[in-house]
Design a protein around this ligand. Structure first.
Ligand code: ATP
Length: 652
């Protein structure tokens, strides 16, 4: 078939929104590499590129989501009619066969070579770690009892089990929902490992490093680790040997400008004995491959994260793939017996039902939220969303308490503005919201604190610091989240509606880009300013060092000791910020707010998933509101998009 016929078909697909311009360009690039390439191959390449754009490391030819397109393109490329015919055709093509070919086919999956290589290297590294014989440290049972107490009849202490499993091998995953004690458990694990290391005859301290995928997540872990170390019941020398400092993975690996290669890799491994990675659900395939490549063979790796949260926007969902069987346990008989002996815990109900998989004895799922009690409305809602139980989700909203749903009608942006800037005298009942009136009504709250608590003109610097801290804390009381960026229900539209509503309510000034009270979020790490992508600030009029009143942006940053400090920055120095009355759910990952309101599109067109809604619900500490019609919510909680992946196939 003539090349221009293929180009025309790809053009049509782009015009129809079936493909992106980038996908078309990739297919045409391959057509240039091999002018004899068939339409069936070029269409697979374009779809593979499209799949990468939505976080799949590969295209699964059997994916039901591409069934409609296959049908559309059958006349053009008959091989698409049958998965096996298409696969066999691709496998024999010059652009696929051969060691350096740009595409790779494995089972029904088609990869760009780079992603295939990442996947293989992650699979090989983890398989090698889980295949090693268990090596529990001497004295483990005694230390576990000391840190967690003896076993109690009728309750399984999953934190103790997680700690035991992680102490036993070179690889561990500790997964759990919000507040289930992942940080608590890992701090106890580090205390335990360090105690035993300092007690053995060489008395060599373990070199421990903590990392997270984003600066924001690193700062949050830093703060909670510092608090947990304080509370830990171990010797002072052990406490001192547990670092509170958390770096980003990019920093840890030594990212360099203008290259994907890190300073640390197999040839120059990291200098550490234990690496803990928090918020591991946000680590994409390429980054996980780089971490495993740079990890010394003898080091332990502990991944912490919530398997049910959204994966990174980049390709891959390694934590999700690792944890597909976590809820059922799947422990082999030797592990069940060992846990009984070392922890006194009976996990026979979580024994493997078929052939046990080596991976499962390295995974522990924490199941009790210490943040949300069993009867907490947010806890119940999060559970119902996670189970995909639309009736239970409706029931959770109907029961009220700390969760509420507002009809979006046709204008979710208007509904969001009404919720976030309620009339001053409105009661929560009038707003159709919560049983108890919120003490902090939307964004009015921080703007009220800003206006009412402002220090006198000649106040001491301390008073200004306290005030700025109070405004920032009040700002964190409420956060609007959007599922999408564009449209009436997207971040852009909702931010505009909010800014207008606040001007109309006389709460902020109109007409300038920078105004007092403008909340902003950094969209890039700025190491010079010590601010991270995702950091939130508020513009405030404060006296500068010379005593002149200036508009500066106040940020609360966490120092290396895990302490919160304020930093004031001139707006002119911030070149990558956006207004943040609303932020995407993706951006909110790793953060928490007292009251979270999620806005869903009126016609959600299949883009919003259960993971997204679960992630939004679990950002809320005390209250959650949803602006969406009931039918849209039913669809969302039942929609799961599993990322195509060879890892899932390997580990299933
Ligand atoms: N076994 C426990 N008994 C009582 N309280 C606990 C227990 N484990 C953790 N907590 C408390 O629950 C809260 C949440 O714990 P932690 O921060 O360790 O959870 P997490 O899973 O790391 O949470 P996040 O959702 O922030 O990642 C903390 O205040 C902690 O002190």
């Amino acid at each position: 078939m003539a090349a221009d016929a293929i180009a025309r078909e790809l053009d049509r697909a782009v015009a129809n929104d079936d493909l992106r311009a980038l996908d078309r360009a990739f297919a045409l690039f391959l057509a240039e590499l091999d002018p004899a390439a068939s339409p069936a191959l070029l269409l697979a390449a374009a779809l593979c590129s499209r799949a990468l754009g939505t976080g799949h490391p590969c295209l699964d030819l059997a994916d039901p989501d591409i069934a409609e397109l296959r049908e559309k393109w059958r006349g053009f490329a008959p091989e698409l009619g049958d998965v096996e015919t298409w696969r066999a055709h691709l496998a024999a093509a010059p652009l696929v066969a051969g060691d350096d070919a740009p595409l790779v086919v494995a089972d029904t999956r088609v990869y760009l070579r780079r992603y295939y290589d990442y996947e293989r290297s992650v699979a090989a590294a983890i398989t090698a770690r889980v295949a090693r014989p268990p090596s529990p440290p001497e004295g483990l049972a005694h230390e576990l009892d000391r840190l967690f107490g003896p076993a109690r009849a009728g309750v399984i202490d999953w934190q103790k089990i997680a700690c035991a499993l992680a102490a036993r091998g070179a690889f561990a995953v500790i997964t759990g929902g919000p507040g289930t004690g992942k940080t608590t458990t890992v701090v106890k694990l580090l205390g335990l490992l360090q105690t035993l290391a300092l007690r053995d005859e060489t008395r060599t301290r373990l070199r421990i490093r903590l990392a997270a995928p984003t600066g924001k997540a690193a700062a949050r872990l830093n703060e909670s680790i510092a608090q947990q170390i304080d509370r830990l019941d171990v010797d002072a020398a052990v406490k001192e040997a547990i670092p509170a400092e958390v770096s980003t993975l990019h920093r840890l690996l030594g990212s360099r400008p203008d290259t994907r290669r890190f300073r640390h890799h197999r040839g120059n491994p990291l200098h550490l004995d234990v690496l803990v990675i928090d918020e591991a659900s946000m680590v994409d395939l390429e980054l996980m491959s780089a971490v495993l490549d740079a990890l010394p063979d003898a080091a332990r790796l502990v991944l912490l994260g919530d398997k049910d949260q959204l994966a990174s926007v980049e390709a891959g969902a390694v934590l999700g793939d690792l944890c597909r069987h976590a809820a059922g346990g799947g422990y082999d008989a030797a592990t069940v017996a060992w846990l009984a002996e070392v922890c006194g815990e009976d996990v026979s109900a979580y024994a493997a039902t078929g052939t046990p998989r080596a991976l499962d004895r390295h995974i522990a799922m924490l199941r009790t939220s210490h943040r949300f009690g069993g009867d907490s409305a947010i806890g119940k809602l999060a559970l119902a969303v996670n189970r995909g139980d639309a009736a239970a989700v409706r029931a959770a909203f109907a029961a009220g308490g700390d969760v509420a749903r507002l009809e979006a009608a046709t204008r979710p942006d208007v509904a969001a503005a009404r919720l976030a800037v309620p009339p001053r005298d409105a009661t929560s009942r009038q707003l159709g919201l919560f049983d108890a009136a919120p003490a902090e009504p939307g964004y009015r709250h921080y703007l009220d604190v800003l206006a009412r608590a402002r220090p006198a003109e000649r106040a001491e610097p301390d008073a200004w610091q306290r005030w700025a801290g109070d405004v920032l804390a009040a700002r964190n009381a409420f956060q609007l989240l959007c599922a999408v960026r564009h449209g009436d229900a997207g971040v852009v539209g909702v931010n505009d509606a909010l800014a207008q509503a606040l001007v109309e309510a006389g709460l902020v000034a109109a007409g300038h880009e920078w105004y007092e009270g403008r909340p902003v979020m950094l969209t890039r790490n700025d190491y010079g300013l010590g601010l991270m992508n995702g950091d939130l600030g508020v513009a405030l009029r404060v006296p500068d060092d010379a005593g002149r009143t200036r508009l500066l942006v106040a940020f609360a940053v966490t120092d290396a000791q895990g302490r919160r400090r304020l930093r004031f920055v001139a707006p002119s120095r911030l070149d990558a910020v956006e207004t943040v009355y609303a932020m995407t759910v993706h951006k909110s990952q790793g953060s928490e707010f007292e009251h979270v309101a999620l806005v869903l599109p009126v016609d959600d067109a299949g883009v919003v998933t259960r993971e997204l809604m679960y992630t939004a619900v679990t950002r809320a500490r005390r209250r959650f509101s949803l602006i969406a019609d009931a039918a849209v919510v039913d669809g969302v909680v039942q929609r799961v998009v599993r990322r195509s992946s060879g890892l899932a196939a390997e580990w299933s």
